[in-house]
Write a protein that binds this ligand. Structure first.
Ligand code: SF4
Length: 65
């Protein structure tokens, strides 16, 4: 089963913790607008993505199985 990254854009305020922890999956542009580069990370990357989601101080990220 693949996991899906869910971003609540209303909560995100561009801290960039997620990008710092997993830049393959999260990218902030110059206006601090976050793009989820790959919403369906492979199982092998789950731990890394999970850590990045947990690191978000705004609780804007979650994972959906
Ligand atoms: S860590 Fe959270 S608030 Fe910061 S850019 Fe990522 S999703 Fe947005």
């Amino acid at each position: 089963m693949t996991v899906r990254i869910v971003l609540d854009r209303d909560k995100c305020d561009g801290h960039g913790m997620c990008e710092a922890m997993a830049h393959e999956f999260f990218e902030l542009d110059d206006d601090d607008r976050l793009t989820v580069l790959d919403e369906n990370p492979p199982e092998s990357e789950r731990a890394k993505v999970h850590a990045a989601v947990q690191a978000c101080p705004a609780l804007a990220l979650s994972l959906q199985d």
